[in-house]
Design a protein around this ligand. Structure first.
Ligand code: BEZ
Ligand code: FE
Length: 288
């Protein structure tokens, strides 16, 4: 293997993979080489540009810590996370659409009873979240686990305010009742920027993009025998619905916040005046 140039180096690198023992590793390595070489041939980087690309990736790694994953953020903001999500959740029929998990999910959140208020300090607009979990034939799924989390009225998650477990707020684990229903109280979340004080923020700025996500509530819904749905419910009317920096918005995941005039929600739960209702039903596909 000698005398490589622009015309023969790609096939030489591909040929070097012929001894790869694992078929999948071989397939992935070959595709990586083909696409990477095609990318370089298309953009014809200067050496200074290539050094800057290496520096960006180096800083992305250096920015990662226990509480920050800059590589996932890079994948999110380049649309790769949503692409991987779409490929892995090709659910049939009327299953609820999925979106990215995001970096603010906490596995060990607190368990709450249905109807609980999950905001520790209750400034912000009161919100009641109500819905049902059903299978694709419309049958209720009792005992489904709802994990939910969202930003506060300033667009910050609890984990951005403090890393201590006692600081956990605006997140909960709940179980649906015998009729597949769930409901809880919280406050209306605000839109927020993804962390933009690192290399991803600089990339977005250089690309002429803002760092915002439209206001949303995260859900992870699971039940034995069913596929787990990881998704968000977005709030209709948000200014960023058509420019979500991580490309997570789908029409079917947008819900209107309704102001409740009386003292009862549509599902019959008592609420304080000026409460906003976020109603959303989930459909879980059966595991195949
Ligand atoms: C989130 O919605 O929590 C999120 C998703 C992707 C990147 C940053 C934040
Ligand atoms: Fe979020």
């Amino acid at each position: 293997m000698r005398n490589f140039n622009e015309d023969n180096i790609t096939s030489a690198v591909l040929a070097s993979l012929s001894g790869c023992r694992d078929e999948r590793t071989k397939q992935i390595s070959e595709a990586l080489v083909r696409h990477l070489h095609a990318f370089v041939k298309e953009i014809e980087p200067t050496e200074a540009e290539w050094s800057r690309a290496i520096a960006l990736l180096t800083e992305t790694g250096q920015m990662c810590s226990q509480t920050r994953q800059e590589f996932i953020l890079l994948s999110d903001t380049l649309g790769v996370s949503m692409l991987v999500d779409a490929i892995n959740h090709r659910f049939p029929g009327n299953a609820t659409e999925t979106t990215v998990l995001g970096p603010f999910y906490v596995e060990q959140a607190r368990d709450f009873e249905l109807g609980a208020h999950i905001a520790s300090a209750q400034d912000g607009t009161p919100m009641i979240v109500e819905g049902n979990v059903r299978d694709s034939r419309g049958e209720p799924i009792a005992g489904a686990l709802i994990e939910t989390w969202h930003a506060d009225d300033h667009g910050l998650y609890d984990v951005q305010r403090g890393t201590d477990k006692s600081a956990l707020n605006l997140r909960a684990r709940l179980r649906t009742d015998e009729a597949g229903r769930f409901w809880y109280r919280s406050i209306v979340p605000a839109a927020y920027p993804v962390p933009s004080d690192g290399p991803v923020g600089r990339m977005l700025d250089a690309q002429g993009r803002h760092p915002f996500r439209p206001a949303h509530v995260h859900f992870k819904v699971s039940a034995p025998g069913f596929e787990t749905i990881v998704t968000h419910v977005f709030i209709a009317g948000d200014a960023y619905l058509d420019s979500d920096v991580v490309f997570g918005v789908k029409d079917a995941l947008i819900a209107q916040l309704e102001s409740i005039e009386g003292r009862m929600s549509p599902a019959g739960h008592a609420v304080e005046p000026a409460t906003a209702l976020l109603a959303y039903d989930f459909v879980l596909p059966r595991q195949r």
